[in-house]
Design a protein around this ligand. Structure first.
Ligand code: FES
Length: 120
């Protein structure tokens, strides 16, 4: 899935429990100076942009549907948390970030050389 892309990995918590997920299964996290959305679906952690690519809705205030897609609270567009695909078919793309659970904690990867260099 991650191909040959290079990532900078950022530790965001010691474990899943430390992420303090809200009842909707999501939370916001500040990584560098960027707020992202973290979601817990069937014990798997996903990370994506906090702002909906449609009109900027706060995805962490949305919900997860029965199929595990994230649903925007504003106009209910649905996105795959695995690849950002706009499941409901409006043609948008949600930025997603790889998540790794390691012995040392939960890490989120940002692609190198793609405009995320402010994280360095
Ligand atoms: S802002 Fe998210 S669906 Fe419109």
């Amino acid at each position: 899935m991650q191909g040959n892309k290079k990532y900078q990995w950022h530790k965001v918590a010691d474990d899943n429990a430390a992420l303090n997920f809200l009842p909707n299964g999501m939370t916001e996290l500040l990584v560098g100076n960027k707020t992202i959305c973290i979601a817990l679906v069937n014990d798997t952690v996903f990370a994506c942009a906090q702002k909906c690519p449609h009109a900027g809705g706060n995805l962490s205030n949305g919900f997860i549907d029965a199929a595990g897609n994230i649903v925007c609270p504003l106009h209910r567009y649905k996105f795959s948390l695995q690849n950002g695909r706009n499941i409901s078919g409006e043609g948008y793309y949600l930025k997603t970030f790889p998540v790794e659970i390691r012995n040392e904690g939960v890490f989120i990867g940002f692609e190198e050389n793609n405009g995320w260099n402010w994280l360095k």
